[in-house]
Design a binder for this molecule. Sequence first.
Ligand SMILES: C[S@@+](CC[C@H](N)C(=O)[O-])C[C@H]1O[C@@H](n2cnc3c(N)ncnc32)[C@H](O)[C@@H]1O
Length: 276
Amino acid sequence: MSQPTPSYVLGHDPEELARLERQAAIYDAATRRLFLAAGIGAGQHVLDLGCGAGDVSLLAGELVGSAGAVIGVDRSAAALATARRRAEARGLSQVRFVEGELEALSLEPVDAVVGRFVLMHQPDPARALTHAAAHARPGGVVAVMESHLTALGPGWHSWPHSPAYQRLLDWMLPIISAAGGRIDMGLQLRRTFLAAGLPEPVLEVHATPAGADAPAMVRYMADSLRSMRPTAERLGAPCPSGDGIDALEHDMLEEAARPGAIINGPVVVTAWARRP
Ligand SMILES: C[S@@+](CC[C@H](N)C(=O)[O-])C[C@H]1O[C@@H](n2cnc3c(N)ncnc32)[C@H](O)[C@@H]1O
């Protein structure tokens, strides 16, 4: 069966770039933990694949310090403009950004190649990882984080069960698939690392439960669907109207306000290995 034509599902509107910044707050701790476990630290050189608004590059820049260097790569000039502004505002002159396609990169070898939520958007994740990992020096690290959206089923995504959340996922997951995105990339990471010629990766799974902070998670999920609307329209994939998404968000917020309720955000899987 042929793969659907890839088309980056979330786009790069200003609202989407702001959503990426809010997303970073949800995943910062797990990303930091991955980088520390993989030994990313002072003085190292890091390549960040698909840097978007720059959050992973900024975190890496903080860890490597002024003696290190980080290059964030993305195909979107709009995303890179935001990323550059943010790095400058934080005084992180060791972080720079380059426009480009992942599989067309040709850069100096680095100590670590990292990426978050980017392999899921590649038509051939193993081929993309093979190309990217070639930028790690021998003994260098490859460390990535990807979501496993298919884990968001009834019985896991919420307690008590949130019917509105289920409706949102019923819209969202087929749109991602229609755009060629992989909703099960998280558990494909081991296979992808091995197919890219990397050693057995160290794997971890992280849940993202939201209780008192459920409104932020509900907004994150609703905003994700909002960012997907233009792609859904272009691909002819079913998607609620703007008002329809507002109504879903409203219902999810009411359901998340029930006593003791939990809304689980996407399950994420981290994987890292050292290049032989
Ligand atoms: C979901 S965003 C993640 C951004 C960032 N890694 C983060 O976690 O905040 C994915 C980013 O990867 C970029 N991207 C996806 N495929 C790419 C490719 N083949 N070459 C360059 N950039 C790519 C998109 O433009 C987008 O900005």
